[in-house]
Every structure is written in C-alpha cells, then in structure tokens.
Design a protein around this ligand. Sequence first.
Ligand SMILES: *Cc1c(COP(=O)(O)O)cnc(C)c1O
Length: 374
Amino acid sequence: MKIESLESVPAGYINTPLEPMPRLAAALGLADGLYIKRDDMTGLALGGNKARKLNYIVNYALENGYTALMTFGGVQTNHGRLTVAAAIRYGLKPILVLKGRKPDYLSGNLLLDRLMGADIYFVDTSSADALPAAEQAAAKQRYVDECAARIIAEYEARGDKVLSVPVGGQTVIGSAGYIQAVPEIMAQMKAQNIRAKHLVVGYGSTGTFAGLWAGAKYYHAPFEVIGIPIEPDCRPVEETVDFINELSEYFEMGFTCRKEDLHLEFGFDSAGGAVGQAPVGYGGVGYNEPDTVTESYIELLARTEAIFVDPCYTGKVLHGYVDLLKRGVIRAEDGAIFMHTGGAPGLWTKEHLDHMQEGYWSDEKKDHVHIFSL
Ligand SMILES: *Cc1c(COP(=O)(O)O)cnc(C)c1O
C-alpha cells in the first residue's frame, strides 16, 4: 500500500509550529539556525508525539471494528496517556497495562489517566529481578503477555474487541504518522525560508525516529535525521534497521536501509566514556530516572525560550542536540531542528518533583526567591 493512500483520523493536531530558537542560539554563542518543531503541541490530552501515531492507529481500529484500545508502558507512560485520550475521543474503551508497582502517590501522567477514567492494570514483575540477568527480560515479557491475554479474554467475554497496541505505538501503521510528518516539515521550511541539514529526535521505542528516517529518505528531505537514545540501554540499531525496511516494504517506498545509514548519538564512546561535556551520556542514568544533567537542559530551554522539555525524554534529547552543536558534530550555520516530542506532564511526577526540590527550592539566594514578612 502506498503511504499517501493510508487514512487517518484527526485525534491530534498536525501542522504543529516550526519555529526559530534565537535566544537559545544566543545563550550558546551560536549563529541563528536553531529551530524547534513543536510536536509537544499536538493537542491531544496535553500533546506529544504519540498523537501522530494514534491518528493512524485509531483509524485502523475503527475500520476494523475494534471497541477497545489497550496499550502498555511504564507507570508514567506518555504514550499511555495519549492512547487513553484517543480512545475516549473515538468512543473506544481505554485500557492501560503498566509495568511496575502501583505507586502510593498519584501524580504526573497517571493522574491524567485516572481523570480520563482509563482501566488500569499494574503488572509487577520485580520478583524476576532475582533471576540470572540473561533470563530476566524474557521472564518479565512472558508475564506481561500472560496478563495481557487474561485482560483481553475478560473484555472479549463481555463482547468487546480489543486492539492491543504495543509499547510506544511502535507499529508500521503508527509510524506512518512520522513518515508523513516529513513533507509537512519540508513544506514549512519552504514557506518560512528555513534551511536545515539536521533534525534531532529522541530514540525510545524508535517508531518516531524510524518514521522520520523513512520519510526523509522517501521524500528526499534536505535534513539528516539524528537519533538520541533516551536511556543508556537503548533498543539495538539492528532492530530499527529491520523495522525501517519493513516500513519501506509495507508502504512500497522502494529503498533499503543498512545499519551504517543510521545516525545515532549516545554521548559516550564504545568504551562507555563520556564524549560530551557532561559526566553522563545523553540517555542519562536510566529510563525515567531523575538526574541533574537532564534537569539542567530542562532549565536551559525554559530560561531561554520559555518552552518546557521533560525529564524522561526530551530533556535528554535536548542535551544531545546542544552537545552536538557545541562539539561541532552539527552546525547552527547549516540549520538544525530539534524535534520536541512532548512529555511535560512528566515534570509533575512524584520522583521528579522530589528530585528537583534540592536544585530549585533549597537555596533561596541562588534561586532568586526572596521572602518579605512583616
Ligand atoms: C514516546 C516518546 C518519545 C520516543 O518516541 P518513540 O517513538 O517511542 O521512539 C520521545 N518523547 C516523548 C515525550 C515520548 O513520550
């Protein structure tokens, strides 16, 4: 099937703004040429990149008679929040299967999930941590699959048809949203007379990176898509190569992707040493684990452009973007787009709030917080 003939629903907005970041460029001592693509403004339940994927996934669900959308993720998954929202807006039942313990304190995305009335299932796999390292991942996945099968059976017994959407909406249909984001960006560049040789984006479940890469290849974009892994243990490049080739085949795009065609930047070298200016790689210390380096980049964009990136994904991607500019791997003169994929509700997650108390609320002089009292 040709990508151009695949249909979608407008669950989230497209044509998000493409804007310059002059004050970030000035703060870094760089020429103009830094741009941001505001996919945090896709609108669906506070926005984010999963909306573009869901525009296609929901269309598929409706065309195929599904009555419920089920998806998976960490306890604070942004993708889960957007899937719940898309389900509600199209009359489907929202089901979340979250890997982890039920937190004692409701915060961040989870609060929004509850407000939207999602059915939430926590799957605690921590007992598998006692297994030998090599067996843990498979044992956990098996248990999640088992639980998912039980949940689906319950809904089906009540007459529902459940579409199971993988973590991150990482499907061929979902990635169509990012393939099709490329001509949108190219049209905006033309209309605004913007040149850009680089587009920097997060690399998580990888569907966003893969879609953009495939779209850039298919539509002959002037920019190279550079992926920044959002955790130290990222998904292997080989799997992404296979997925991109699957996209090419499914949508008859006529290209083949090889491993050496992909450009990921980790911020550490093959020996694990940091190559950037910070002691941690771009992916920080772990998936959704607070760290002060990532927080410093959240602060940087907030104080220069009044735009919020998040502690789980986009703060890390911004770290990579800025560091690549500082290291001269990419150049402001050539034009560099930062893809903002959303995630700001994660700022109000209990663990991140706790971590930021010290940096932003412990030293009143440093923080420019002053108190008068009579
Ligand atoms: C999911 C997500 C990403 C990563 O996108 P993938 O398609 O999973 O690689 C980046 N940023 C935010 C805010 C996300 O929620």
